[in-house]
Design a protein around this ligand. Structure first.
Ligand code: PEP
Length: 249
């Protein structure tokens, strides 16, 4: 049985006061749900978020981390630093990291390895650009991103990997992939994992969809066979919207 997961990526939003407010609203509204719930505030607010959510079922994830153990990497944060403050999950490979901070498959592979070495859970993001889809290259692009960063892993590592398919053209644009497009890609990804590893691994890995998920479209997207939840950007910044998405299972 796969885990259903809804993770909120807050990106570079919410200062400390706003972080506290949104978290207390989430605690207030949070009911038992079929989905595992996570939020990913910005680095400086992770510690406060982790403290405030310690006694709850909502988990805290980081939006990024560096692959080195420590050292001369100005402005960076290590896996160990995250773990010390109770953050055991990290989002890697978000399209904004790939686009604005030039994170390529090789860098991401190193981050994946470091996170797993530190026994962290990974939410690994990937997805095609609009041009890739329009030229019918979306399957190839997604296959390359997954293979290059993840397919060197032993099957035992996959219990700590969550996949997040996020077509870049759907992120923050209001233009979501149709439930059929999401299902088609998720089934393709699961098949790839099954071919590289085995059916047990492919059936166990949760594959989230991300890209303009809202309360209005979540139920239909999450209802698809191979969609095991969502990575939510904009709609995660509003407690009611985020909870409505969580309750769409
Ligand atoms: C994201 O940034 O991961 C995302 C899916 O954003 P949005 O929901 O705003 O499209």
């Amino acid at each position: 049985m796969r885990k259903n997961i809804v993770a909120g990526n807050w990106k570079m939003n919410n200062d400390l006061a706003a972080t506290k407010t949104l978290i207390s609203e989430l605690i207030e509204l949070n009911k038992t749900s079929d989905a595992e719930v996570m939020i990913a505030p910005t680095f400086v607010n992770l510690m406060e978020a982790s403290k405030l959510l310690r006694e709850t079922s909502i988990r805290v994830a980081s939006q990024n981390m560096h692959y080195a153990e420590s050292g001369a990497f100005t402005g960076e944060v290590s896996a160990k630093m995250l773990k010390v403050i109770g953050v055991n999950t990290v989002i890697l490979g978000h399209s904004e990291r790939r686009e604005y901070f030039y994170e390529d498959d090789l860098i991401l592979k190193q981050k994946v390895d470091k996170a797993l070495q530190e026994s962290m859970e990974i939410i690994f993001c990937f997805g095609e650009q609009l041009d890739d889809r329009n030229s019918d290259h979306h399957f190839k692009v997604v296959e390359r991103q997954i293979k290059n960063a993840l397919f060197h892993l032993p099957s035992s590592s996959w219990k700590s990997v969550v996949l997040a398919y996020e077509p870049v053209w759907a992120i923050g644009t209001g233009q979501t992939a149709s439930p059929e497009q999401a299902q088609e890609m998720h089934a393709y990804i699961r098949k790839l994992v099954g071919e590289r590893y085995d059916i047990t691994t492919s059936e166990k890995v949760s594959i989230l969809y991300g890209g303009s998920v809202k309360p209005e479209n979540a139920e239909e997207i999450f209802g698809k066979l191979d969609v095991d939840g969502g990575l939510i950007g904009g709609a995660a910044l509003d407690a009611k919207s985020f909870m409505a998405i969580i309750n769409s299972f």
